[in-house]
Design a protein around this ligand. Structure first.
Ligand SMILES: [Zn+2]
Length: 410
């Protein structure tokens, strides 16, 4: 093997990823059926069903333009040794290897962030607006971009500094310490997501006393699930689409219902959605997926240390020596096929868990209310009712609506 062969491996992987994604998107597009499924006849008319189709097509178009652009940039960066060039530049600015790596990643981060702005602008203010979902004002959009950029930069600089320090300090066998550090960081983020990150973007208010709260508390008492932190989040600030999220572990468990969800669903439907989420806890899905993620991080750190020992790989990217940031870039290319396979396995597990959580909600609360909630959610968000099975297999973390309804009505 020489540096040239590694370069062609990188190029091959980038092209493979692009072709693979594009073929799947194409199959998924072709799979659309014009007849409205029986289960959903009461929820759709010909007009909004056609709207759902067009929404999907428009979103597909913008995402394929964005992935084509990213293909061209990746190939150009590889072929013209762009990564090596930026690395040399970063190294020329400072003697500290920590600062060098931070500068390198910040240049790439700023570049991709700025490049992404027109796409997210178009998607928010043109597509989502046209289909009546958008509630974001230009002011919120700008504020989101600035806040997002600051938070991601803090995380990038923090993690990079820590990693470069650990690698420099241990010089061999550092993968173990990287693994421990990353795992702790992930757990921390998981614990405090609702306390630290969410309030930067949204307002969380405790769910007021009333019928809904009573029903939720009665349910959680019945199934023996301690539920103290129930919040309403102002999702309507950005979109009319409804959602809910659950975060935290142990006593930090938090449930946030979007105001848009509360507005559109009956109290029974909301409790059913909640019962589904409680099912994830009760069936230990949260715990298991966390353990799997931590194991996966370990494998990544181990492989990364191996990757770092090949100077040839750094040469292939146009850098004369291996260093942390060049190692990360090389690793992200080389790991992509492994990541794809692991992602597919994780999605398979996740889809199985979704069926289990649905069943839990049906057994402990009410299957019909959950069915109703799922139908409304899907119709309201104009989701694709007929995704291609292969697309589902690769990308879907949740089973398609019709499959969930089928399982629920069994
Ligand atoms: Zn779920």
């Amino acid at each position: 093997m020489n540096a040239g062969s590694f370069l062609w491996i990188f190029i091959g992987l980038v092209i493979f990823n692009f072709v693979f994604t594009t073929v799947l998107e194409y199959l998924n597009d072709k799979n659309w059926k014009n007849d409205i499924p029986n289960d959903l006849k009461d929820f759709y008319n010909a007009e909004n069903y056609l709207k759902a189709k067009n929404y999907k097509i428009e979103r597909g178009r913008i995402s394929s333009i964005s992935s084509s652009l990213s293909l061209i940039i990746s190939l150009a960066m590889l072929y013209f040794y762009g990564f090596g060039f930026i690395s040399d530049y970063a190294i020329s600015l400072s003697d500290s290897i920590i600062i060098q790596s931070c500068i390198f990643f910040m240049i790439l981060h700023l570049f991709t962030h700025i490049l992404g702005i027109p796409f997210s602008y178009y998607s928010t203010f043109i597509i989502e607006e046209k289909y009546g979902f958008n509630k974001t004002t230009l002011k919120t959009f700008i504020a989101d971009n600035i806040k997002g950029l600051i938070i991601s930069s803090v995380i990038i600089i923090g993690l990079t500094s820590l990693a470069v320090f650990v690698i420099d300090f241990f010089s061999a066998g550092y993968w173990l310490w990287l693994w421990i550090g990353l795992s702790l960081f992930m757990l921390f983020l998981n614990m405090f997501y609702a306390d630290l990150i969410v309030p930067i973007f949204n307002k969380l208010t405790p769910l007021e006393d009333g019928e809904l709260r009573k029903k939720i508390e009665a349910y959680s008492e019945k199934v023996g699930y301690s539920l103290k932190n129930i919040f309403v989040i102002d999702g309507s600030k950005r979109s009319s689409k409804a959602n809910a999220f659950f975060s935290g572990l142990g006593p930090k468990k938090t449930i946030a219902l979007f105001d848009t969800l509360i507005e559109k669903h009956s109290e029974e439907e909301l409790v059913a959605v909640l019962a589904h989420e409680v099912g994830h806890y009760k069936k230990k899905h949260i715990l298991f997926s966390m353990i799997i993620t931590i194991i996966q991080l370990g494998v990544m750190c181990y492989l990364f240390e191996i990757c770092m020992s090949f100077d040839l790989i750094a040469n292939a990217l146009g850098s004369s020596d291996m260093n942390f940031h060049i190692g990360i870039i090389a690793f992200s290319f080389l790991y992509s096929p492994v990541g794809l396979v692991i992602g597919i396995l994780m999605n398979m597990l996740s889809r199985k868990n979704e069926f289990e959580a649905d069943k839990y909600a049906k057994d402990t609360y009410d299957g019909v209310s959950l069915e109703l909630a799922l139908k409304k959610l899907s119709v309201d968000s104009l989701s694709n009712l007929y995704p291609h099975p292969l697309f589902v297999f690769v990308h879907y973390s949740h089973p398609p609506l019709l499959k969930r309804l089928e399982a629920l009505s069994k």
